[in-house]
Design a protein around this ligand. Structure first.
Ligand SMILES: C[S@@+](CC[C@H](N)C(=O)[O-])C[C@H]1O[C@@H](n2cnc3c(N)ncnc32)[C@H](O)[C@@H]1O
Length: 289
């Protein structure tokens, strides 16, 4: 039996990550170790003196080395947390961000203010984190979630299955609204939500290594000014929304004005509002028809 206890490993790994200037070194160490030991994070602390077996030490060594080279911990352990839900992830999909919880929150609030069954479209669904958060927190909803990437949709399907939402969330593969057209019955959507790719060419180069080198480019990059996908959604949204429906989009911190303007130019929304996230950055734009 090795003399590496859980406590010693946590301390060593957290220090190593600190030296490597990783974000949240202690949390990252806890996540990797709890994944390898198949324990909850809290259990690491209740079993601090437990020695760790050689095979598990070898596994940890491999993951710590990869994390030290900026491979995201969420990809290494295959999951992350979003809106208090465990979400499966793989390198095919973006790792859901805490900032995106604001979009999920506002979507759920919007649906709760309405009556009757609600129809929601989640464009660019990725891991389906937004669709899952909505469906888990609002019962009377049918969601169509789309993505252009088949491999991301496989992850989305695992999350839908994990939370047994198959009868309320339908996944479709295709370019924005294109996938939906053949599946849409007479009803239009009460709400369209989307966290699209919105990184501009200039910004792409400045992204952290763990994002730029590991997360899918297709999930991030959206043309010269980062606004390509917003333009395309704005052009089509009216045709897919009910008369009192809403469009809610995540936006980059500097895109509030531009996206607001391009939504106004469609002349289909009576009201648009931008909301800031917990870092005080513009993050969600809501446009109501
Ligand atoms: C920023 S990620 C958002 C993923 C997830 N909704 C989230 O919030 O974590 C954008 C997603 O859009 C998808 N995507 C990119 N271009 C698309 C397009 N033209 N049509 C549909 N999906 C697209 C990517 O594959 C990626 O999964």
């Amino acid at each position: 039996m090795s003399d590496w206890t859980i406590q010693k490993l946590l301390n060593w790994t957290a220090e190593y990550f600190k030296d490597k200037k990783l974000d949240a070194p202690r949390l990252s160490a806890e996540l990797l170790l709890s994944s390898i030991l198949a324990m909850k994070r809290i259990e690491l602390y209740t079993q601090f003196d437990k020695p760790v077996a050689k095979t598990q030490l070898d596994q940890l060594h491999n993951l710590v080395k990869r994390a030290g080279q900026n491979e995201p911990v969420a990809y290494l352990i295959g999951k992350t947390e979003f809106y208090s839900l465990e979400i499966i992830v793989s390198p095919a999909c973006l790792i859901p961000r805490p900032e995106t919880e604001l979009l999920a929150e506002r979507a759920i609030e919007f649906l709760r203010r309405r009556t009757g069954k609600q129809f929601v479209c989640d464009l660019c669904t990725g891991s389906a984190c937004i669709a899952v958060a909505i469906a888990k927190n609002f019962a009377d909803v049918d969601i169509i979630a789309t993505d252009i990437c088949d491999a991301a949709l496989k992850v989305a399907a695992e999350n839908i299955q994990k939370y047994q939402l198959n009868n309320r969330v339908k996944l479709l593969c295709g370019d924005l609204f294109d996938a939906i057209v053949p599946h849409l019955d007479a009803e239009k959507f009460d709400l369209i939500v989307c966290n699209p790719p919105y990184v501009s060419a200039g910004e792409f180069e400045t992204l952290d290594k763990n994002v730029k080198d590991y997360e899918p480019r297709q999930a991030l990059f959206a043309g010269k000014d980062g606004l390509d996908v917003y333009h395309r959604i704005a052009e089509k949204a009216d045709a897919f929304l009910k008369p009192d429906g809403a469009l809610m989009l995540e936006i980059g911190y500097s895109q509030g004005h531009s996206v607001s303007e391009l939504l106004k130019q469609t002349n289909c929304f009576r009201q648009t509002a931008i909301e800031k996230d917990f870092h005080n950055n513009d993050r969600v734009i809501t446009a109501v028809k």
